[in-house]
Design a protein around this ligand. Structure first.
Ligand SMILES: O=C(O)CCC(=O)C(=O)O
Length: 363
């Protein structure tokens, strides 16, 4: 079965006119149909990737690897629900602002990955997503959002406070989760080989928040909220709202699984560099967002990863005692350069940096 992913979807580079600032704003509210610029033909073909609800899954695969899914529901995460809903409410208010207010904060060409509009890598696709987005690094919240609210009035302070609270809660959760992952790998504790590595990773974790607004869509079968992809960093938290839309790719057999809309639940999505760090023990997972006819959906992925200058080196003890490093050590920018080069091909960047065959071959 052929699954369409971010690396298999486009077969040729997009025409130049699809790139650039013009893609920054599209009035989804006014759209009565999905324009050609946003049509993704064949995205929802049932025979390409059957969609089942997460609760209905039956995995009869004898070879099933417990670590295989790479995306996980974490309820009971101890993050105050009020912090999550305050941030979600503020994200919705941001996207509800008039277009000129948002346009003031548009991503600057060549200005990195911060701001309102379409992330640069999505501009490489021939078609646009049914989504608005805003990306920012948490330490820059107060500076960044002066672009939206230059007067720094009450709305600005309410927004920034909510995002700071969200950041603090997610970061603390990230550090706890890292400790859990290390424990699961048998590397926890001060005396264990991984103790030092865990502390180094925990103390240097970098984070990015990306706010997504997936507007309701007049023809959801012809549109996509966010094309299938893996995250490149360590791991990502994706808060679930009552409106479902996140789908995870499950393997053997390949199928898209819809994560139920459970308010307050967080999905943990393992990224490529965590796959490398754990020597393939925790697999990164393809995921995508779909849209629906009835409801807008907000999502606020919280991405955690290494600093740019850290070589991510496989923890050899992550596998069996005799295992070797399966991947070359890479920095995040080095890994992204490989991913960028492979865009539009069928080849995964993980495969390119693989130096030894994993027992559990990824595809
Ligand atoms: O909205 C979602 O559920 C997924 C978002 C996501 O994967 C992303 O923004 O990278």
């Amino acid at each position: 079965m052929q699954i369409k992913t971010s690396s298999t979807m486009p077969t040729s580079p997009p025409p130049a006119e699809n790139n650039g600032a013009a893609a920054a704003y599209f009035d989804f509210r006014a759209a009565e149909r999905v324009p050609e610029s946003h049509v993704w033909a064949g995205m929802h073909e049932k025979d390409t990737a059957p969609v089942v609800a997460a609760g209905d899954e039956h995995d009869d695969d004898e070879d099933h690897d417990d670590d295989e899914p790479g995306g996980d529901m974490r309820d009971g995460h101890a993050v105050p629900v009020e912090s999550l809903s305050r941030a979600e409410e503020q994200a919705a208010r941001l996207f509800a602002l008039p277009a000129p207010d948002k346009a003031r904060a548009a991503r600057r060409p060549g200005g990195g990955s911060t701001g309102y509009g379409v992330p640069p890598y999505l501009l490489r696709y021939p078609k646009r997503m049914w989504a608005e987005g805003y990306t920012f690094p948490p330490p820059a919240i107060r500076d960044e959002f002066r672009r939206v609210w230059p007067d720094a009035g009450d709305d600005y302070h309410r927004f920034c406070s909510a995002m700071e609270e969200y950041d603090a809660a997610m970061r603390a959760l990230g550090e706890r989760l890292l400790a859990m992952f290390f424990k699961a790998l048998g590397l926890a504790g001060d005396d264990a080989a991984g103790g030092k590595t865990e502390r180094r990773i925990r103390d240097t974790l970098t984070s990015t928040i990306h706010l997504n607004m997936f507007p309701r869509c007049p023809d959801p079968d012809r549109a996509v909220g966010l094309v299938a992809h893996t995250d490149s960093g360590f791991f990502t938290f994706i808060l679930q709202s009552p409106v479902p839309g996140l789908q995870l790719l499950r393997r053997r057999p390949d199928r898209w699984v819809t994560v139920p809309g459970t308010p307050g639940a967080l999905i943990v999505v393992v990224g490529d560099l965590f796959h490398v760090l754990t020597n393939g023990r925790f697999h990164s997972v393809f995921h995508r967002a779909v849209v629906n006819r009835e409801n807008d959906r907000i999502s606020m992925p919280y991405f955690l990863g290494p600093p740019a200058d850290m070589k991510v080196t496989p923890l050899v003890a992550a596998g069996s005692p005799e295992s070797k490093a399966v991947y070359q050590a890479v920095t995040w920018p080095e890994y992204m350069a490989i991913r960028d080069k492979l865009f539009g091909t069928n080849i995964s960047a993980l495969t390119m940096i693989r130096v030894a065959k994993e027992e559990d071959e990824e595809s």
